[in-house]
Design a protein around this ligand. Structure first.
Ligand code: PLP
Length: 484
């Protein structure tokens, strides 16, 4: 499989290079030039690691299949406690794909536990010996998942940038207490878009690249702009479908709908990739919180990021510039020139409008919905009181959109984080007084629901804080150089 750039069709790179480099030199994202088609039947009986190996080998064709199989076994067995791809029934025909049984309790572990292995192997395939400096802009969960994945990995350093006050206290502590000798964490004044823009600027800064190269260091990305993040996320759509087929909830070949709580558009794009590969995905519902740029975009074809930014109770979705949408626009328009034009308009004016043709394709493939904090809280409480199902604030946004878009097909809601990552917001949604302290709230939530807080979260209370530095967005390049 070859990869090209969304902004320059003349580029052709291997999967290894796409993963090692992260972003194309001119700022475009790497995309597969075509989609592998897979036959569904042989996949339905596979366990998670085997399924992962099959899907990954379709895209990462320059990697040895035996390597991919071993990596999938190592990652999706133990680190997920045997609960990789767990599908929980919620109500008649509605399911929750619980993607938070990994080490950092958010779905990002699926990609970021595997990515370090893919990166190290990519460097070997490319005969590269330099140090890789992985830059991460995070609205909360990516940062921790990347830190956990790359901790003490030889030849790799990681710098994480998160917005001040833009994460839950538990998310902040997860990052600030991270152990490992190859890691640094910075709070950036501003919101996620400020952090993400600063990191993107560092990537395309030729001066910084030259200064780092002189020290034998090369930048890479662990954000979902890296194709290595996308490929592992395709797997759980197949896994969910396989489980429903096995239970007889769907006849093989019949569609299943998916609803995805969305921020940077990576998770839901993986579902669209699964559909392009032949998985019978029905409606693909894009769920947004009050930062509903995408809901408006799917309705009108106009992407307009010039709007108020809301800090919500689903902080990992507080995003106005959804990077991975660029990939979808490339696939739907088939034109690097069109994508380049839209992205230039976005950078210059904060908005762009796609053609009627692309808009029609968007609307054919996606539905969209959104929820304010109050609506998501009401939904969270409804799911708990009516179905006895406890979810986090991000998943609650998706449950609301799923309810509104429900058709005849089974509906799978992607549950992206453990409710114990956001214990105060979850308690409040359930109509309880939330203690000011997150750990007291965690205990109260345990007592109320009988669910057990993951040890990795409860144990944060005892861990010393290692990272306290706060910087301005303009300082990101500078501190990046200092890591090199
Ligand atoms: C990252 C994240 C999302 C959004 O996923 P995208 O791939 O950025 O759309 C949703 N929920 C949680 C809990 C997350 O961590």
């Amino acid at each position: 499989m070859e990869y090209t750039s969304t902004r320059d069709a003349s580029r052709r790179v291997s999967a290894a290079l796409a993963i090692a480099q992260g972003l194309s030199d001119e700022g475009g994202l790497f995309v597969p030039v075509s989609f592998p088609r897979v036959e569904l039947a042989p996949l339905l009986g596979l366990d998670y690691p085997a399924l992962a190996a099959v899907v990954l080998s379709q895209y990462l064709t320059d990697y040895d299949p035996a390597f991919l199989r071993a990596a999938a076994d190592a990652v999706y067995g133990s680190a997920f406690g045997g609960r990789a791809g767990r599908l929980a029934p919620v109500s008649e025909g509605v399911y929750s794909l619980e993607l938070w049984h990994g080490p950092t309790c958010a779905f990002k572990d699926y990609a970021l536990q595997l990515m370090p292995r893919l990166l190290v192997e990519a460097k070997q395939l490319l005969h590269r010996t330099e140090t890789t400096l992985v830059l991460v802009a995070t609205s909360g969960d990516t940062g921790k998942a990347a830190l956990a994945g790359y901790q003490d990995l030889e030849g790799v350093r990681v710098a994480v940038f998160y917005p001040t006050g833009g994460t839950s206290e538990i998310q902040r502590l997860q990052m600030a207490t991270q152990e490992g000798n190859n890691l640094a964490v910075f709070a950036v004044r501003g919101n996620f878009d400020d952090a993400q823009t600063g990191v993107k600027r560092a990537f395309t800064d030729p001066r910084l690249a030259a200064d780092l190269a002189a020290r034998g260091v090369r930048l890479s990305s662990a954000n979902s702009i890296n194709f290595g993040r996308l490929a592992p996320q395709i797997v759980y759509y197949f896994c969910a479908y396989a489980q429903l087929a096995k239970q007889g909830a769907v006849q093989p070949g019949q569609p299943v709908d998916f609803c995805v709580p969305t921020g940077n558009f990576g998770d839901i794009l993986a579902g669209w990739y699964a559909r392009q590969m032949g998985l019978p995905v029905g409606r693909l519902v894009c769920a947004s919180n009050q930062n509903k740029v995408l809901t408006d975009f799917f309705a009108t074809g106009r992407y307009d990021a010039r709007r108020e930014f809301y800090k919500t109770e689903s902080p990992s979705m507080d995003i106005l510039v959804s990077s991975n949408l660029e990939r979808l626009l490339w696939h739907l328009s088939g034109s690097d020139a069109a994508v380049r034009g839209w992205m230039e308009q976005l950078a210059g004016t904060g908005a762009y409008t796609v053609s009627e043709e692309v808009k029609a394709k968007l609307q054919a493939d996606f539905a969209a919905g959104c929820a304010t904090d109050a609506e998501a809280a009401a939904e969270l409480r409804r799911r708990y009181e009516q179905d006895g199902y406890l979810c986090d604030t991000h998943t609650a946004v998706a449950f609301k959109a799923a309810r509104e878009q429900r058709g005849k097909a089974p509906m799978v809601v992607l549950s992206t984080a453990s409710p114990f990552k956001f214990p105060r917001a979850v308690l409040t949604a359930l109509g309880k007084e939330a203690p000011a302290d997150d750990f007291a709230a965690m205990q109260a939530l345990q007592q109320l629901t009988g669910a057990e807080a993951p040890a990795a979260l409860a144990g944060l209370k005892q861990k010393p804080v290692r990272f306290t530095q706060v910087i301005e967005p303009g300082e990101i390049s500078g501190v990046t150089l200092a890591q090199g």
